[in-house]
Ligand binder design. Structure first.
Ligand code: ATP
Ligand code: MG
Length: 478
């Protein structure tokens, strides 16, 4: 870790804003996460400027620029600098807290140290400017070097003021890989119940960042009690012995180990964390003493749906997490037709996400199960080959259209749709090429068939009913 910040790492419009405030006689600094990240050699996600200038002075300094005043009552003026919004906030002290979340009032102060004192952790309570260098009244730099998260001030009081800080501590621990100072850790455990005061949206956004952190698995295992206040679904997984030879971990450890195998994207990580969430409630023991979990993917998807709604996930994310959990045990045979069928039903994006989840699941099982990865390699290779070959996976890609079928005598209506679906089914199955003449011949056969209209599509077309996903072979996938 460097103890210096190079101005060259800071976007010029940010430095220009500091200069403009200085030129007007107002102290101005970078503060919080960006200083922490710059000291760690990381690229900050955003730059926060703090200043002794009152909001109206800041507005006067940037009079020629586009200003956004939405944060004005908290002392924040947003300046569009070089196309990007830059938040400039007047130094402030927070008043008393009565809702465990937000100060009842804020007051402006000319003192930078007072402003830094209201910040959550020492590593987030440093300021820097080209003229004044680093300002670090609470030992943030030393904690950064030691990889330690420590509250500014008295931890009990700080978490009582604002319970969101409890989750922020876990989130920074997971993302930065820092350990939590003993007193800070004890206080957040004691006050964990206060997380109930935090809005679902804030909980969700912190948890999404947390589970994407490189140390998320360790943090979840170490602070399962605390996280259990907002994710009570995790608690029954803890110490849950699956009584199954495939499993070398308890259910929570398995879940987080699977989760950490996945790329740091919230949807995938949530699916990894929650894929076995219904195992405890679907557990049965057979006469040989082996544990089974029949129906856990479906039940798990239902639990995920409730969890995601409670945390106010966006709809697309919720649906995708639930779908992945519902499908995670689906066995896809390494055969062209099975793979085409799965691609057609899921679409390529979900298909490949599911394969990632299935791999992650295997990697968190007993090592003897790893040979399944070779099967997944074959499934994915087949899928890639099908996509590269432009295989028809949907009605749109079929070499005949409804119009073509009408031209050979079909009537518009449900039977036409059924015929097209049956043709696609036959193509997916590999029993006919996706080729216009061949498909029309098959459609003609179907037309001449005196089959009643309500017979399922495909029943007579290829001499057998359309295939569904084959069930998971018993005991093949836990
Ligand atoms: P990120 O990399 O996620 O942006 P950050 O530390 O910049 O991390 P922000 O939420 O952007 O986090 O907040 C900016 C700064 O504001 C923090 O570094 C911290 O100093 C302060 N801060 C944010 N939230 C709180 C809070 N709940 N209590 C006290 N200080 C806070
Ligand atoms: Mg930030």
């Amino acid at each position: 870790m460097s103890d210096r910040i190079e101005a060259a790492k800071i976007p010029p419009p940010v430095l220009d804003a500091l200069d403009a405030l200085n030129a007007a006689g107002c102290e101005a600094v970078l503060v919080g996460g960006c200083v922490r990240d710059l000291l760690m050699g990381r690229t900050p996600s955003d730059f926060d400027v703090c200043t002794a200038a009152l909001p109206e002075q800041t507005e006067a300094v940037f009079a020629g620029k586009r200003l956004i005043e939405t944060g004005l009552k908290h002392g924040t003026v947003t300046v569009l600098a070089g196309g990007l919004p830059l938040e400039i906030t007047t130094y402030r002290v927070d008043g008393s807290y009565s809702d465990s979340r937000r100060p009842d009032s804020v007051a402006f102060t000319p003192s930078l140290t007072e402003d830094l004192a209201r910040r959550d952790f020492t590593v987030n309570a440093m300021a820097w400017s080209p003229s004044g260098g680093l300002v670090d009244p609470f030992g943030g730099q030393a904690d950064l070097a030691a990889g330690l998260l420590r509250c500014v001030g008295e931890p009990e009081r700080r978490f009582t003021e604002d319970a969101l800080r409890i989750l922020r501590a876990l989130r920074f621990s997971a993302t930065l890989g820092f350990s939590i100072d003993i007193e800070t850790g004890n206080a957040l455990r004691r006050l964990a119940e206060r997380l109930e005061f935090v809005s679902a949206e804030r909980v969700c956004s912190e948890l999404c960042k947390l589970i994407c952190g490189p140390k998320a698995a360790d943090v979840i295992l170490e602070y399962a009690d605390v996280l259990g206040v907002v994710l009570p679904e995790l608690l029954p997984l803890r110490s849950f012995d699956q009584r199954n030879p495939h499993h070398c971990y308890d259910a929570l450890t398995h879940s987080v180990r699977a989760m950490e195998q996945l790329p740091p994207e919230p949807v995938l990580r949530w699916a990894g964390l929650l894929h076995d969430v219904a195992k405890p409630e679907t557990f049965t023991l057979d006469e040989d003493g082996i544990g089974h979990f029949y129906g856990h993917p479906q039940r798990g998807a239902e639990k995920c749906d409730a969890l995601c709604r409670r945390l106010r996930f966006d709809n697309a994310g919720r649906e995708r997490v639930c779908e992945l959990v519902r499908l995670h045990d689906r066995w896809i045979e390494p055969k062209e037709a099975s793979v085409r069928r799965a691609l057609s039903r899921m679409g390529p994006e979900l298909f490949f996400q599911l394969m990632r989840l299935k791999r992650a699941d295997v990697l968190a099982l007993a090592p003897e199960c790893r040979d399944r990865l070779a099967v997944y390699d074959r499934v994915e290779a087949l899928a890639n080959a099908q996509l590269a070959a432009g295989a028809a996976l949907s009605l749109r890609e079929l070499a005949v259209s409804g119009r073509d079928l009408i031209a050979i005598g079909y009537q518009p209506g449900p039977a036409l749709g059924q015929a097209l679906a049956a043709l696609l089914d036959a193509v997916l199955d590999g029993s006919v090429e996706n080729e216009k003449d061949a498909l029309l011949r098959l459609a003609e056969l179907r037309l001449s068939d005196d089959r009643p209209d309500d017979q399922p599509a495909g029943a007579t077309l290829c001499g057998r009913p359309p295939k569904r996903f084959p069930p998971t072979p018993q005991g093949a996938i836990p």
